[in-house]
Write a protein of this length. Sequence first.
Length: 249
Amino acid sequence: MNEFVRGIKKGFPICLGYIPVSFTFGLIAVKMGFNPLEATLISLTNMASAGQFAGIRLIEGGAPYIELVVTTFVINLRYMLMSLSLSQKVESDIPFYKRAVMAFCITDEVFALAALEKGDVKFPFFGGLMSTPIIGWTLGTFLGAIASSLLPPMLQGCFGIALYCMFIAIIIPPARKGRKVAIAVIVSALFSCLFKYVPALSFISKSGGGGWAIIISAILGAALCASIKEIKRTLKKKRLTLVKGDSHV
């Protein structure tokens, strides 16, 4: 019980931080045609932040199911890596069903706090850690959905930029720390602009909710950065070979 309470205390700041973001999600979801109950259920059963924002945007645009699935899969791919990393830190005797429960609420912030734990992560602790963020994310969505009918249209329009602000907040910190990440972001953005403004390619951006443009841009940006790294590695090997060859002469 003490571990569960400790987890709740650790997760409470995350709960407070999730409320304003999920409030915006609830507001935008209702604005896109979802009713408050649907918006709240999406947040209660997903905990996917950026994936949820992208998902409702694709649904509004009439995107096919395959586009919706692939787009949200790419956006949420990082959670798979977090799960694999955290699986090495949890207690070895935790049964599968408990691991599945833990996997439901692996978000960036929850993963960060769990990864900082000294020793093995216990199920009671993680249960408390994930409880308050789930409540905050769901409650914020509900409040935003209800408030959508109370706020004036001008104020609702201001919340519309929250989606773009959230994406910027996600990519800027890692881009500042790593040059490769910054290059990948810039290249992906350039490809996205090409799909949007070049007439011969604009059909990709116009199809459904634009999810294919996101997928292709992200893959091309990541592939190009990976290629640059591989080219540098190959050149380094050739340089070392030449240096060794000269030393034998």
